[in-house]
Design a protein around this ligand. Structure first.
Ligand SMILES: Cc1cc2nc3c(=O)[nH]c(=O)nc-3n(C[C@H](O)[C@H](O)[C@H](O)COP(=O)(O)OP(=O)(O)OC[C@H]3O[C@@H](n4cnc5c(N)ncnc54)[C@H](O)[C@@H]3O)c2cc1C
Length: 432
């Protein structure tokens, strides 16, 4: 059978592999001139670095199995990160439970309550009670108002902006649980995985595999409409021409499917459009000198233009990059004025903020600055989210949807993109 997959991100390429292995001819359409979607890469020195920062956890078994299957086991390395929180205009180490106990901005009782909340989340299996309580209310109830205001409120605001008060308890419970699992038996030591030369190494291998199986990956090929024909085939109009398929899998955000597939019932399209996403703005700085010893700095101080300072080379080393790689990241609503500012304006705002955290930072330290924007970077997980998630099979026969917004109760991530791609491929195979 001929199957089209729209999107060459982790979900689309995974589905492409599984469908090819099942004997189908797969054509992947990608509107960008590169593969990888949010996991695509840019060049830094003589190496690749992810356009948006990535790491995986030891509990990410689906992506680890795929990495093994494609013979890339030796490309994944595990590192122990050093983390910090920037609060009250000071960098506080925040890597281990001991750091939490010594964390000055909170009184001892709040620290202990906060530690217990994070630890106990690892053992909670049933998330359904969290579906009807906001993250805000749950945290205040379990770890107190002070901990919420100092630590969690800035974190939620940094990710969900104007929607942060409506984020479901499920989202934050899952974050606590994940961080607990990434420590395995040794709760003092977290381990994070990164691929030598970036996750693009895996994505390239996946695309090559699909081609070896007789499939194709068409770049700079945007799908502009999806329609059903009278003979039961699905017509795909793309910037590269018109083609016909037996099944189509769309892997972009739900609202993008509603935009191009007008035969979907209007009530269903509305449910797709109602799933909100946050945008991300991410600056990569290639620096002469390192900023700090930390990999991950959460900026909990109000009024900063970015919310994360991630010194990637403090995790993986500078090999191949010839510089220190730092990401500055900000999530925002698409309507936030910062999203429409010019790259120059955003870079200048970010650098001004960076100089407050690191007063000795000097413009001469910057070798290169590259800005990326993703309009649909993070689904907003609100109360009773499970009842709003569309199924993989759409009401238009033969058309399937597998997007980050259908990952639940976990949050989006490379591991879950692999899992979702496999699930979508299985549904299509069952449908044939
Ligand atoms: C800032 C940031 C940091 C992250 N950090 C991590 C991390 O540390 N660890 C982790 O595991 N995950 C992380 N993630 C999440 C991870 O990147 C995503 O979960 C994953 O890449 C999603 O893959 P996907 O294929 O589902 O979607 P996408 O990567 O969005 O792929 C969808 C593809 O569809 C294409 N497309 C859409 N519409 C069309 C059309 N009409 N025609 C043709 N093509 C189309 C898009 O161009 C895109 O390439 C991060 C994400 C962001 C934004």
């Amino acid at each position: 059978m001929d199957i089209a997959v729209v999107g060459a991100g982790m979900t689309g390429l995974t589905a492409g592999i599984r469908l090819s292995q099942n004997g189908h001819r797969v054509t992947i359409y990608e509107k960008e001139p590169f593969i990888g979607g949010l996991a695509s890469s840019v060049r830094a020195g003589s190496a690749n670095v992810d356009r948006f920062y990535h790491h995986i956890f030891v509990s990410d078994t689906d992506i680890l199995a795929l990495i093994n299957e494609l013979g890339l086991k030796d490309s994944i390395d595990w590192y122990e990160p050093k983390n910090a929180i920037y609060l009250d205009y000071f960098l506080h180490p925040f890597t281990s439970p001991v750091d939490l106990l010594l964390f000055k901005p909170l009184d001892l009782i709040s620290r202990i309550r906060m530690g217990l909340l994070v630890l106990s989340s690892k053992f909670i299996r049933d998330y359904t009670p969290f579906e009807t309580v906001t993250a805000k209310d749950w945290i205040i109830k379990r770890s107190g108002k002070k901990a919420y205001e100092k630590i969690w409120e800035p974190l939620l605001k940094s990710k969900f902006d104007i929607d942060s008060d409506n984020v479901s308890g499920t989202w934050i419970w899952n974050k606590f649980k994940l961080r607990g699992s990434s420590r395995g038996k040794n709760i003092g030591r977290e381990k994070l995985g990164y691929m030598d030369n970036g996750f693009i190494v895996l994505l390239d291998k996946m695309a090559d595999y699909i081609k070896q199986q007789g499939g194709s990956v068409k770049l700079s090929s945007e799908v502009i409409s999806i329609n059903k024909t009278e003979n039961g085939k699905i017509e795909l109009k793309t910037t590269a021409g018109i083609s016909y398929y037996d099944r189509v899998l769309f892997t972009g955000a739900p609202r993008l499917l509603a935009d191009i597939c007008h035969e979907l019932p209007s009530s269903y399209s509305k449910t797709l459009e109602d799933i909100k996403y946050k945008a991300n703005i991410c600056l990569i700085l290639e620096l002469e000198e390192s900023l700090s010893p930390y990999y991950w700095i959460t900026v909990s101080q109000k009024g900063f233009p970015f919310v994360l300072v991630i010194e990637h080379t403090n995790l993986v080393g500078t090999n191949g990059y010839g510089s220190h790689i730092v990401y500055l990241s900000r999530y925002c609503d698409m309507t936030d004025p910062i999203y429409s500012m010019s790259d120059h304006e955003i870079i200048s705002k970010f650098i001004t903020g960076l100089k407050i955290i690191f007063p000795n930072f000097n413009d001469n330290n910057i070798i290169k600055a590259s800005l990326s924007k993703a309009p649909l970077a993070q689904p907003v997980v609100t109360l009773n989210y499970s009842s709003r998630i569309p199924g993989l099979k759409t009401p238009l026969e033969g058309v399937f949807l597998a997007s980050m917004s259908q990952i639940y109760p976990e949050d989006r991530g490379l591991n879950y993109a692999v899992r979702l791609g496999e699930k979508a491929a299985n549904e299509i195979i069952d449908d044939l």
